[in-house]
Design a protein around this ligand. Structure first.
Ligand code: NAD
Length: 504
């Protein structure tokens, strides 16, 4: 059953129907009949209503996924499975325009960025189809002429996926693609603040003709639908992306049923510019790295460390960029910075800007044009004269706000970069190749870029250390370490010694 959206991308004309769960190959409403309103961040008006699920929908979805695992997906030949996975990618490509516009409407992310994210989402499916066919094989361990031991990698079963609102479609496919390609079935609980595009994914998967129950979506709140998924005994694993505090709650709750978990959590990533760096490129990267995705980006360089010799000129150039950034309707292709996801989130970000003043920062901001006052806009903001111990340098603000901190020497900046609870990403700018490697190795982060912005090859492990997460997504890391279990098989080739206990 297709849900209808009118094929026009004008904000005023776009129409989105009520959204239902997708369970066992059908779009269904909640047992309770409960719905919640999905709010447009640009106007703060309802876009549509969304079914609110609870443990009953989770139960149905898990049962459908368990059945599909046993009777369809789990027994299907790999080649056939990959035809479905590639078909999903092709159908996403066909729907890029619609998905990207719905994502921009729903989240406030600029359309120029959601188009790229959607294209990347399709590529996730193709990438995992290739990986499973070429790399997903076990090892053999011959032991002289007595044993041949080998491993095979088996899907883990029904996996629960719980995702955030900040880049919903792309992050959902990061999980769905490897989960399905490796032979698992899925129950996905998307973020309640960004429910639109996941239903496009459900429609695409429906059209691709996957057996009923292989992929299921249960909408709803974290504390109800999300918690029920985490608690369900037949869910073998939970892959979660979201806030660190939610991650710790999920870890505790998942312990009761001994679930495997993957945690992609928050960040407060440093970008370090030494005085020998290509400062023009470093500036481009620093500005893009904090103001793209409206600053709602887990790998955002929200702390910029500037060497004292280049500090003043770099800050002057940052101010100029801040003055010139284009704020606007996320549906407009010229917009660089759109509205934040919700009023609550905007208020949270603004409260950190107030806190920065109290903590002694000089706040430099762009302006929000008067015609945008209805939306959740926070202007691009520099927190100058920041010191790393301040709360605005320690807490994840998750908006277009960057703390700028001065440093003098290498060890000092490494210590400061590491003096934070998070460890997701880091960026180093220097022309000294030895220093580049040294600092990259010394900064505690799952991912470091040297003289580069955040460009990621899909083969590379994605994830963080410390409070930024446990485990890695991407590449063969997701395939081998999370979505499959290695099974060791030991074959005796001859008559090895077996103790004869109790034999006379
Ligand atoms: P969130 O933690 O509030 O919500 C994430 C998801 O968890 C939502 O679907 C929510 O409904 C669900 N949830 C909430 N409570 C739950 C519970 N008790 N049990 C089960 N599910 C529950 O996060 P958010 O505000 O949607 O997203 C922003 C956060 O995500 C930021 O901290 C950001 O850094 C992080 N993030 C991390 C990465 C990464 O890869 N490390 C990527 C993107 C976003």
């Amino acid at each position: 059953m297709e849900q209808q959206t009118k094929r026009t991308w004008n904000r005023e004309e776009i129409q989105v129907d009520t959204i239902q769960h997708y369970i066992n190959g059908t779009f269904v409403s909640s047992h309770s009949g409960e719905m919640f309103s999905n709010i447009d961040p640009f106007k703060n008006e309802p876009i549509n209503e969304v079914a609110s699920g609870d443990e009953r929908e989770v139960e149905q979805a898990v049962e459908a996924a368990r059945h599909a695992m046993k009777n369809a997906w789990g027994t299907m030949k790999v080649e056939e499975r990959m035809v479905y996975i590639n078909r999903i990618a092709d159908l996403i490509d066909e729907e890029i325009e619609e998905i990207a516009h719905l994502e921009a409407l729903d989240t406030g992310l600029p359309i120029s960025q959601t188009k790229k994210m959607t294209a990347r989402a399709a590529e996730n499916f193709r990438f995992y189809a290739r990986m499973v066919q070429s790399v997903l094989h076990g090892e053999s361990f011959p032991v002289d002429d007595t044993f041949l031991n080998y491993t095979v990698y088996k899907p883990i079963g029904v996996v629960g996926l719980i995702t955030p609102w900040n880049a919903p479609f792309m992050l959902e496919t990061w999980k769905v693609a490897p989960a399905l390609a490796t032979g698992n079935t899925v129950v996905l609980k998307p973020a309640e603040l960004s429910p639109l595009t996941v239903n496009k994914l459900a429609e695409v998967i429906d059209r691709a003709g996957l057996p009923a129950g292989v992929f299921n979506v249960v909408h709803g709140y974290g504390e109800t639908a999300g918690a029920a998924l985490v608690a369900h005994k037949d869910v073998a694993a939970i892959s979660f992306t979201g806030e660190t505090t939610t991650g710790t709650t999920i870890l505790k709750n998942a312990a009761d049923t001994l679930k495997k978990t993957s945690m992609e959590l928050g960040g407060k990533s440093p970008l370090i510019v030494f005085d020998d760096a290509d400062v023009d490129r470093a500036l481009d990267a620093a500005v893009w790295g904090i103001f793209s995705f409206n600053g709602e980006r887990c790998t955002a360089n929200s702390r910029v460390f500037l060497h004292k010799n280049i500090r003043d000129s770099f800050i002057a150039a940052m101010k100029e960029r801040v003055d010139n950034l284009t704020l606007g309707d996320s549906m407009d292709s010229s917009t660089q910075l759109g509205p934040l996801i919700s009023k609550d989130h905007m208020n949270k970000v603004n409260s950190y800007i107030e806190l920065a003043k109290e903590e002694g920062c000089e706040v430099y901001q762009g302006a929000v044009p008067t015609h945008l006052q209805e939306g959740n806009f926070v202007p691009p903001t520099l927190l100058l004269n920041a010191e790393n111990h301040m709360r605005v340098c320690q807490d994840e603000i998750f908006g277009p706000v960057v703390a700028v901190i001065e440093f003098e020497d290498e060890q000092e900046v490494i210590d400061a970069a590491n003096d934070v609870e998070y460890g997701l990403a880091g960026y180093v700018w220097t022309r000294d190749i030895q220093r580049g490697h040294r600092v990259a190795q010394a900064v505690d982060a799952g991912m470091i870029w040297v003289n580069a912005q955040n460009v990621r090859d899909l083969r590379i492990p994605f994830g963080g250390m410390k409070a930024s997460g446990i485990g890695r997504e991407g590449g063969h890391y997701a395939m081998f370490e999370f979505y499959t279990e290695p099974k060791a098989i030991h074959i005796a080739l001859g008559d090895h010694h077996i103790p004869q206990f109790g034999k006379k």
